[in-house]
Design a protein around this ligand. Structure first.
Ligand SMILES: CC(C)(COP(=O)(O)OP(=O)(O)OC[C@H]1O[C@@H](n2cnc3c(N)ncnc32)[C@H](O)[C@@H]1OP(=O)(O)O)[C@@H](O)C(=O)NCCC(=O)NCCS
Length: 142
């Protein structure tokens, strides 16, 4: 098993890996072109875990100069509870720290029980005094 930076060539297989996975919702930012643009804006931050060239884990990571963001962390069901999710996240956070980014945010659906347990176990805060507000700027194509 190898963890390595997510490259533009990984976009199509990673989208196939995420498709249909409980806890992961793909949207208009998950076309190969949009994902390639995200990777180019955030070189070396997103990570892939693979075995014999096959993806068994993936996470997108970026930052805006003030805070990092993680998206679509997922591990193949056959490889879960072996510390792979934790390793993928730690690799991203180390790269963000290296870039001088002091904090990282992520979205997790309230009803994603596994996801919530995973993040809280890794020491992520769930500050009940915050709300996430969002405004759609383009009509959804999906
Ligand atoms: C969330 C996910 C990435 C975790 O990957 P993983 O490789 O199984 O996680 P790890 O083995 O690194 O788990 C680290 C710790 O998190 C906690 N944890 C992970 N999965 C858990 C579960 N199903 N129930 C309770 N705690 C869990 C445990 O404390 C675990 O440590 P332990 O196994 O020593 O008890 C994986 O379950 C997944 O792909 N889920 C579907 C996609 C998803 O919901 N992603 C999150 C989007 S926000």
């Amino acid at each position: 098993m190898q963890i390595r930076p997510f490259t533009v060539d990984d976009c199509l297989p990673a989208i196939a890996f995420w498709q249909g996975m409980a806890g992961i919702t793909l949207n208009e930012s998950d076309t190969p072109a949009a994902m390639a643009a995200f990777l180019q804006r955030n070189p070396g931050l997103s990570q892939i875990a693979c075995v014999d060239g096959r993806i068994i884990g993936a996470v997108l990571c970026g930052h805006n100069g003030r805070a990092g963001s993680l998206h679509h962390l997922a591990v193949d069901p056959a490889w879960r509870r072996r510390g792979l999710g934790r390793q993928l996240v730690e690799t991203c956070l180390a790269a963000l720290q290296q870039a001088g980014i002091p904090r990282c945010n992520l979205f997790v659906y309230s009803d994603n029980e596994t996801g919530n347990r995973f993040w809280l176990e890794q020491g992520w805060d769930d500050p009940s005094s915050w709300k996430v507000l969002q405004k759609r700027l383009l009509q959804s194509t999906g």
